[in-house]
Design a protein around this ligand. Sequence first.
Ligand SMILES: Nc1nc2c(ncn2[C@@H]2O[C@H](COP(=O)(O)OP(=O)(O)OP(=O)(O)O)[C@@H](O)[C@H]2O)c(=O)[nH]1
Length: 741
Amino acid sequence: MTITRSFTLLHSIRTHARWQRFYSSAKLRNIGILAHIDAGKTTTTERMLFYAGKTRTMGEVHRGNTVTDCLTQERERGITICSSAVAFNWQGHKINLLDTPGHIDFTMEVEQSLHAVDGVVVVLDGTSGVEAQTITVWTQAEKHRLPKLVFVNKMDRPDADFNSCVSDLSTKLDAKPVCLQSPLKDEKGNLTIFDVITQQALIWHSASLGREYKKFPLLDKHIADLQDKRYALIDELSGIDDELAQVVISNEGFDQVSNELIQQALRRAVAQRKVVPVLLGSAYKNVGVQRVMDAIIDYLPAPHERNQLYDCFCDDFVGRVFKIIHDKQRGALTLVRVFRGELKKGSRLVTTHNTAEVVSKVYEPLADEYREISGVPAGDVAICAGLKHTVTGDLLTTNASSLKNAQKRLQKTLKLPESDVMTEDSDTEGNAEATLVKEIFATDPQIPDAVYFCSIEPPSLATQNAMEAALKQLQREDPSLRVNYDSVTGQTVLGGMGELHMDIVKSRILTEYKIDVDLGPLQIAYKETIEEPALDSFQVEKEISGSKQSVTITLELLREQNELFSLDKSGENASNLNSLRPRMLHVIRKGALSALERGPRVGGQVVDTQIRLHSITIGRGTADSFVMAAVAQCVQKILTTVGTRLLEPVMALEIVAPSERISAIIADLSRRRATINDVRPKSEHNKVIYVNAPLAELSGYSSVLRSISSGTAGMTMQPCGFSNMNSNDEVRAIQKAQGFE
Ligand SMILES: Nc1nc2c(ncn2[C@@H]2O[C@H](COP(=O)(O)OP(=O)(O)OP(=O)(O)O)[C@@H](O)[C@H]2O)c(=O)[nH]1
């Protein structure tokens, strides 16, 4: 080992010892970075890593050398697919930043990382403002009650419009934006940022790649305008924050209010989600990013300022698994947000499903590079190796009784009915506390419905098992990827969020597992539902290896959204159903629900349908597997007899186009069974159309839109549920699904 190398190693060990000793909760920030596709999250994150000294060169999306987009597919396509975690040191604090995907096919990733963060930075493209996916991620962050700040990026572009972005925040997101900065561009397009609180002009030094920036006093011509902006900020905040209001009243005006007091009031207002600070810059041109990093420290909460509900774990460890990734060398790695206790190498923990796990190694997150550390304290994020059974969304605790004890303590403290803490199905509408509790104890993440499916085939029978293993791993990483076996066609079927989603799966199986799979044509994932209730009785008998197997059963199918399976214990059925052992009931339930996986019309999942068991008699010696199959068969028979209707996936579109193109676009949409929800002015020349349309009518729509609008229109779309179809459309859909069209 050379002297230089030993020095470097020593330095890095020392640095790590310091890191681990240094960062108490007050010095930690766990932040998500969210945006519509291409707004500039990855570019902004690259700058943060560079300015924090975590990387020596600045990665660029178009060069495919960014730290956070580390999958081959991300680098090739210039998009984020998997959320990734990076940690860096800024102003004596440690920031764990989760960069998340912007494309609608990967919404699930965003939802999972929000479990792990205490605040979010929402990046807007300064030329487009609030876009469809911004609304989706904003709503997700609201659901998690996360304080936010906004970075209006791409302000170097001539068509960027800061004021329009700020007004979008109030009109489209119902947010209360407070501008902490204001832009000024000179005739060459160079961007100066005015700081509203300190009343300074900030100019970035391009030759140092924006590493340095200077603060200048305002020129006379800007003073009045900036002072008005500062007054407006104080005015807004003192209407929300009593402490600041008192200072304003006692000083009889805004002039004596110090910068510190404004910042303190702002921090309180952000934590209560009453305002959203707005900053601006250009990540690509290296302008403004350090101020976003400062704002993360100044205005977004530290771990101990949130998450008080986890206090019910007392001295026990509790952490939440928000992502599982598969590393070629290290195998499955589990990303855990630690809420209470320390996560150490060698820790023995228990999952929500009561499985014991041992943490063999702990790493510090730096996208695709991992550095081993001895452990992380409460509030921090760790990457763990060695966990074999843990699934995304699991809570990890000290032992099997930790969770139950915590639930009991919480129930007592909050004086909630037991059901609100213990179950996930209880009705807690309107009870914000109970909803929060339910979220914390929810162990299964909400997985969006697949809107497309396609068959997947290995290149040869010999690679079938390897393909299945690869799919299993990918599914552990991305629960929105559905993998099913279709017993009718004998094929493995993938369900997912869109063409890109499936393409990425295929290409990852090739690059990471070296299997060149074939994907069948992409088909729409229709669902099915019954129209009327139906009740029937069946007797199923068979002799297997000389032993008689028999089941006599009466079942009813009802239209019902919430409960999938119920028992009719009224009247004469009560004694029959009461005599069922819980294990047998589990078998019957499993058989019944498996029949809903594949409806009789196009093989779509049967939804909004409840199976009600009236009575069942099981012959002596009948095997569980026979009972399960018999129940499934009976449900399928009722479904076939009563018949089902199709439900089709519907997309919500936002189309922005010049006013003169709007009528042609609407005329085309009306031929696509679309429902126009609203048409609003977007800017001086543009309008935005909000429209819902069936996915089946949108194949190749982006090129159609391009041709109708001569390339002037832009569009975003996202799934927004399933809807009924009329009989003609249904017949056409069935013909298409069966390959007759
Ligand atoms: N002009 C300009 N271009 C930018 C700026 N920031 C990012 N870009 C470009 O915008 C494109 C998208 O940037 P990304 O950083 O990949 O955006 P993203 O939000 O991470 O995108 P996804 O990962 O696909 O969701 C890239 O070509 C960037 O070089 C900016 O400040 N100004």
